[in-house]
Design a protein around this ligand. Structure first.
Ligand code: ATP
Ligand code: MG
Length: 218
């Protein structure tokens, strides 16, 4: 089953082109690396999947949603099928670990009991149950990224989008985060990971999509 399908997608930004005629297919449970130099269009691909950016030409299909006809009301439902993780974690600094993860579920209107169950489950999955009452500033970078990953997983997404998730981490911590992403993928969640970390890419042996100047060059 195709989860994500780009058909001849171009994005024109003011002052330049973000993507040119990109075709991309991500299947259920797949792990795909997006690589390429700075400005190549990796983050643009991520934004198109989350539909925070729309194609100037072509079509992006994500699950049952199509960039050509998705409505503003449907966007939150699309986003719940995606978990998104960034280089800079983006945690809420004034809330503890538990509340950071719970927040992503509260906004869906889930019941308190279900929220507690799922938050404790994902915190256990990322190995942070014992730090659930800590504040973000009391955590290491690797731990903060684990919280961000737990938050991305709490609504049970089909796909995890990770835009340079190890960019702010030392090599050992980056390898730990990579192991965690592998574990998540092994449990059935597709992962699309943009990275400059070629050591991780070579070691992992997943499909690699290479972008240069907004074009795929596989
Ligand atoms: N909001 C925007 N407005 C104008 N141009 C943009 C915008 N976002 C991205 N671009 C341009 O589109 C191209 C692709 O950018 P993108 O952020 O997708 O690259 P990237 O591969 O993620 O790079 P990096 O490795 O530095 O994160 C670049 O030339 C960039 O300057
Ligand atoms: Mg980027």
């Amino acid at each position: 089953m195709n989860l994500i399908k780009f058909t001849n997608v171009s994005v024109k930004y003011r002052g330049g082109e973000g993507l040119k005629q990109v075709n991309l297919l991500v299947r259920k449970g797949e792990f795909v690396f997006l690589v390429g130099p700075t400005g190549a269009g990796k983050s643009t691909v991520m934004k198109l999947i989350a539909m925070s950016e729309r194609p100037s030409e072509g079509t992006v299909i994500v699950g049952r949603f199509n960039s050509g006809n998705i409505t503003a009301k449907q966007i939150p439902y699309l986003r719940r099928q995606l978990g998104i993780v960034f280089q800079d974690f983006k945690l809420l600094e004034d809330r503890n670990v538990y509340d950071n993860v719970a927040f992503a579920m509260i906004v869906t209107g889930a019941k308190q009991r279900e929220i507690k169950k799922q938050v404790l489950r994902v915190l256990a999955n990322v190995g942070l149950s014992h730090k659930r009452y800590k504040m973000p500033h009391e955590l290491s970078g690797g731990e903060q990224q684990r919280v961000a990953i737990a938050r991305a997983l709490v609504n049970g997404p089909y796909v995890l989008l990770a835009d340079e998730p190890t960019g702010n981490l030392d090599p050992a911590t980056a390898a730990e985060i990579m192991d965690l992403l592998e574990k998540i993928n092994a449990r059935g969640t597709a992962v699309v990971m943009a990275t400059h970390n070629y050591a991780l890419v070579e070691k992992a042996r997943h499909r690699v999509v290479r972008l240069e100047g907004g074009m795929t060059v596989n």
